[in-house]
Design a protein around this ligand. Structure first.
Ligand SMILES: Nc1nc2c(ncn2[C@@H]2O[C@H](COP(=O)(O)OP(=O)(O)OP(=O)(O)O)[C@@H](O)[C@H]2O)c(=O)[nH]1
Length: 339
């Protein structure tokens, strides 16, 4: 499976700068960049400093509408094109969205188009926010909030221009569980930006959030709401008992059908009763769930199901209550935290 990194972030937040930096790494020689440009005259592809065969351009509009077919076609024919033209095999794809794009339809295309779902896997969503305009942008633009909410990694850019405090707080209020990285001129290490969706990271995020919540006795600690977070919340759940897959699946289907539009992201590592040695990695964006992936083994001794929900206008009690009902679990066996 070819890993795909979705690189998103609001207009001018530093996506292309980061992309250039990554593409210049010798280890990414087999990486192809796909750029979605919006508007009559696209410029971004002129700013990306790689040879043309490592670049594909989607220039029919915004990924959320017409360009989706373009994206599917580009990815479907990418490998064949490389073989036909005698180019090195494609080992990785980085897809840069327009600054105004909602990343969800891109993730959907990767998850549900059969030809793509068999060949490509989402390696992670990386969202850039800049230290100067970022906090204001997050307050004013729902697109930017959504880009931050679905991120596995938030790259705070332009750190030479202002202190980090304000943007850190704004980002943490929207997606406290995403990893964070502060960079100047896109200078990030590959290891920090790639390989984000192994399931292990998500599991750790969830466990840490829940454990922190339960251990913390400081009444002033965390979880406060800021103007940036009025509609979006992150919840983590740790489930002590294994779950029957059919019950768990039914619960996910129920959620997707009923609350799809407000499920910005669901990710987790699930202990399935039928196959206790091999956890399932689940990954959902709004009403669509990726076919679950089974890991060969547990990444650590912790074998509890761990889930992360990033949602809009949803109470965590409702998630815990329905999980307990569908999966026939005692409510006290589900520990949760608002992160
Ligand atoms: N001072 C400073 N400027 C930066 C940094 N990173 C990027 N920039 C500048 O910010 C501007 C926007 O950066 P881009 O990388 O083009 O941002 P983008 O998100 O690709 O922009 P769009 O494609 O328009 O959405 C450019 O002029 C960059 O040179 C940084 O760390 N410090």
């Amino acid at each position: 499976m070819i890993p795909v990194t979705v690189l998103t972030g609001f207009l001018g937040s530093g996506k292309t700068t980061l992309l250039n930096r990554l593409l210049s790494e010798p280890d990414l020689a087999g990486t192809v960049a796909i750029i979605n440009e919006f508007g009559e005259i696209g410029l971004d592809h002129l700013l990306v400093e790689v040879t043309q065969e490592r670049l594909a351009l989607l220039d029919n509009g915004c990924v959320c509408c017409t360009v989706r077919d373009d994206l599917v076609e580009t990815l479907k024919t990418l490998e064949a094109r490389h073989v036909a033209e005698g180019l090195p095999p494609v080992t990785r794809v980085i897809l840069e969205t327009t600054g105004l794009a909602d990343p969800a339809p891109i993730l959907h295309a990767l998850m549900v188009e059969p030809d793509l779902a068999q060949r490509y896997r989402i390696d992670g969503v990386v969202t850039t926010v800049d230290v100067v305009n970022g906090a204001d942008t997050l307050t004013r633009h729902p697109e930017a909030r959504k880009q931050a909410a679905v991120a596995d990694l938030i790259v705070v850019t332009k750190t030479d221009l202002a202190p980090l405090n304000e943007i850190e707080a704004a980002v943490a209020a929207i997606n406290p569980m995403a990893r964070r990285l502060a960079v100047m001129d896109g200078q990030a290490r590959l290891a920090d930006v790639l390989g984000l969706s192994s399931g292990t990271q998500w599991a750790e995020e969830a466990a840490q959030a829940v454990e922190h919540d339960h251990a913390c006795t400081d009444p002033h600690c965390g979880h406060h709401h800021s103007p940036h977070s009025s509609d979006i919340a992150s919840y983590a759940f740790v489930v002590e008992e294994p779950v029957a897959w059919a019950d768990f699946r039914q619960w996910l289907d129920y959620f997707a059908a009923l609350k799809g539009a407000d499920l910005l992201r669901v990710k987790g590592l699930v202990h399935i009763a039928e196959e206790p040695e091999r956890p399932l990695v689940i990954h959902g964006v709004q009403h669509i769930f990726h076919p679950p992936r089974r890991l060969e083994a547990w990444p650590s001794d912790d074998r509890r199901t761990r889930l992360v929900f990033i949602v809009r206008n949803m109470e965590r009690e409702m998630i815990a209550r329905t999980l307990s009902k569908f999966a026939r679990l005692a409510p006290q066996g589900i520990r949760s935290a608002a992160a």
